[in-house]
Design a protein around this ligand. Structure first.
Ligand code: CA
Length: 220
């Protein structure tokens, strides 16, 4: 996983690169739009919108034209219009400066889960804890029998299975299954999860993590 950090403030950029490398990513810094375009291909892009050599949104278009990598935009505090424009253009997420490094890593991981860019996501048929998730047909099987589930139930299980064992927040599930522009209560997720548990006849396989979200429990 190679992350391109586009940031003209070299001190910030270097710190980000160092931190991301500590997290196990490979990271490369580009201080201008021109250098950024020369650094492709990459798997993920952090784009600071305030750059010296060109407009950040224009660079976003140029990157999107040649790269499928997810893009998180970095904006200055208060640049509300820029942020909204960024999301309208199809940025995967944005963070507002100043931000904490942990928050950034959490957002990168959330985008990776949502976009399915993680390596283990490429499994078209995945078996976790005795549940077979078939991404070709959007179907779920247990003990060889197909379960009749709704698209949302399938979506929730498929999303949790992208990172088995990890705690996925309700907001991540909403973003991933309902879409990032869906605004509503996260409460209804519980209703879908309860129904899914019943259909799987495995009440414990999707664990509720109180106050946070859900986790697909990995068993033999
Ligand atoms: Ca800047």
């Amino acid at each position: 996983m190679r992350i391109l950090v586009i940031e003209d403030d070299v001190a910030i950029g270097a710190a980000l690169v160092k931190g991301l490398e500590r997290e196990g990513y490979s990271a490369v810094l580009a201080a201008t739009g021109a250098l950024a375009l020369n650094s492709l291909p990459v798997d993920f892009i952090l784009l600071d919108l305030g750059l010296p050599d060109r407009d950040g949104l224009e660079l976003f278009h140029q990157l999107r034209a040649v790269s499928k990598a997810p893009i998180i935009m970095v904006t200055a505090r208060g640049a509300e219009e820029e942020r909204i424009a960024g999301l309208d253009l199809g940025a995967d997420d944005y963070v507002v400066k100043p931000f904490g490094f942990r928050e950034l890593v959490a957002r990168i991981n959330a985008v990776l889960r949502r976009t399915g860019a993680r390596e283990n996501d490429t499994q078209l048929v995945q078996v976790v804890s005795g549940i077979e998730i078939d991404r070709r047909t959007h179907s779920i099987r247990t003990r060889g029998e197909e379960i009749s589930c709704t698209p949302k139930e399938y979506g929730i299980l498929e999303f949790l299975a992208r990172d088995p064992g990890a705690v996925i927040t309700r907001q991540e599930l909403l973003d991933g299954v309902w879409g990032p522009h869906w605004f509503g209560s996260t409460k209804m997720i519980d209703v879908h999860v309860a129904s899914l548990r019943r259909k799987l006849s495995m009440p414990d396989v999707i664990e509720t993590v109180r106050g946070i979200g859900f986790r697909l429990v990995v068993s033999e």
